[in-house]
Design a protein around this ligand. Structure first.
Ligand SMILES: [Zn+2]
Length: 139
């Protein structure tokens, strides 16, 4: 069977082994297929906001040194200096002058937020949660 939009592929014994779609056909049904197969497309990775981190360090007015350690309570991953890991164990996802710095654990995708206060650093760990796509995808 074939049409203008797809071509079914058979092995030498006549068994169906796959289907070749035109680019147009694929583009129009891709979301449906991904959903039906319960596949979540990874969002494009944003670059780390390193400039924001540099700015925070430049204007650092907390009574303690800049902290570079990150620990993930969710999977146990940790580093003494996130910026020196290659590849990164934790990716910087945001940093601002108020002292709020957050990271994404590259192992389990938990979000680690470090809130810098005058006398302490408060760390919050938020396990990665897939949006409800997974539920919708089940039949
Ligand atoms: Zn983790």
């Amino acid at each position: 069977m074939s049409s203008d939009h797809f071509t079914e592929l058979f092995d030498k014994d006549g068994n169906l082994i796959g289907c070749l779609l035109t680019a147009d056909a694929w583009a129009s049904i891709k979301p449906t297929v991904l959903k039906a197969l319960n596949i979540q497309e990874a969002p494009p990775e944003r670059p780390e906001p390193l400039a924001d981190w540099e700015t925070l360090k430049e204007y650092w007015d907390f009574p303690y040194a800049v902290d570079t350690d990150v620990h993930c309570d969710n999977c146990g991953e940790s580093t003494e200096n996130w910026q020196q890991d290659n590849p990164r164990k934790f990716r910087l996802s945001s940093a601002n002058l108020a002292g709020l710095v957050s990271f994404t654990c590259q192992k389990c995708h938990a979000k680690i937020t470090k809130k810098h206060f005058k006398d302490t650093i408060k760390v919050e760990n938020q396990p990665y949660r897939e949006k409800d796509l997974r539920k919708e995808g089940q039949y």
